[in-house]
Structure formats: structure tokens, C-alpha cells
Ligand binder design. Structure first.
Ligand code: THU
Length: 160
């Protein structure tokens, strides 16, 4: 038996004001997208903004449904739209903001496991790390320079 250790790394910014201007502008798009979320059941609103290498910015938010599992997270709403509209484009960066309308969320909220899995497929396909910033409604912003920091032991298509 041997033990394997995996190290993962994040940057933490005090708040959005500490971000480079282009990143805070992308986060501002995620903030706007979050406010358009359709989340009447969870009251948990999530916004995503994606910068593509062709300059396009794609936004998305969570879309819920009375048949609960039929809803979709913000990250996948946005990334699937990007993939469907711009299949040749590479994803440079994602900005994510999440928080409940019931209580103010001030700690960074990372994407759920299913979204990490979905994002990883795009990162692996494009052979370029996706830079991911995520935050709560306010407060610290965390940065992962690659999706792989968020999902070190990925299940990927090469095993199929
Ligand atoms: N949600 C997202 O949009 N992204 C995540 O990464 C986690 C959860 C949504 C799904 C659901 O509409 C609500 O947040 C509560 O889980």
C-alpha cells in the first residue's frame, strides 16, 4: 500500500475590488445573470459568465422546474450554450456568483460536482486550462487557475 497526496491550489481575493479590471467586468456580467435566475423553489440564485477566446461573453443562470431534477445549474446552462453556439471557441475564463435570497452568502461558493464534471470535459477537449473565479453574494473571491484544481481525480473520456 502507498499513499498518494494530491495538492490543489487557489487564490483568494478580499473582494471584487481586488480583481483585475477585466475579471471584475466578467463578474459583473455574472452578477446581472444571477438576478435573472429562475429559482422559485430553492431561492438560491446562481450566475455564470464565460469569456471565450473569440471575445464573446456568454452568461447563464440556474433554471429550476416543478419536477425538481429537471432544472439545470447556471454553470451548465452557460457552458452548454457556449458549446452549442461556438463549438470552435476556447473558454478562457468563468466567473461565478451564488447566494440564497433567504440569507446573505458571503463565502465563495464553488460549482457543484456535476458542473465540475461538465466543465472538465471542455477543459480537457480544448487543452487549455479554464480560469475560474467564484464568490458568494459578496465578500471573498476565490480563483482556480484550472478546473483540475476543483476536480483532481476526474472521470474522463479516455477511459471509455
Ligand atoms: N446551483 C447552480 O446553479 N450551480 C451550482 O453549482 C450549485 C447549485 C443551483 C441549482 C439549484 O437551482 C439551486 O442552485 C440550489 O441547488
Amino acid at each position: 500500500m502507498k499513499i498518494k497526496k494530491i495538492e490543489t491550489q487557489f487564490e483568494v481575493y478580499d473582494d471584487v475590488n481586488e480583481l483585475p479590471k477585466d475579471v471584475s467586468e466578467l463578474m459583473a456580467e455574472a452578477v446581472k445573470a444571477r438576478l435573472r435566475a429562475y429559482a422559485p423553489y430553492s431561492k438560491f440564485l446562481v450566475g455564470a459568465a464565460i469569456l471565450l477566446d473569440n471575445g464573446e461573453i456568454i452568461t447563464g443562470n440556474n433554471q429550476e422546474n416543478a419536477a425538481y431534477p429537471s432544472g439545470l445549474c447556471a454553470e451548465r446552462t452557460a457552458i452548454y450554450y457556449a458549446g452549442s453556439q461556438y463549438p470552435e471557441a476556447k473558454i478562457i475564463r468563468m466567473a461565478l456568483i451564488a447566494g440564497s435570497v433567504k440569507n446573505k452568502t458571503t463565502m465563495p461558493i464553488p460549482p457543484c460536482g456535476a458542473c465540475r464534471q461538465a466543465i472538465s470535459e471542455y477543459e480537457i477537449n480544448q487543452d487549455l486550462p479554464i480560469d475560474i473565479y467564484f464568490m458568494g453574494e459578496s465578500g471573498e473571491v476565490m480563483r482556480s487557475k484550472s478546473l483540475s484544481n476543483l476536480l483532481p481525480l476526474v472521470f474522463e473520456k479516455s477511459v471509455l
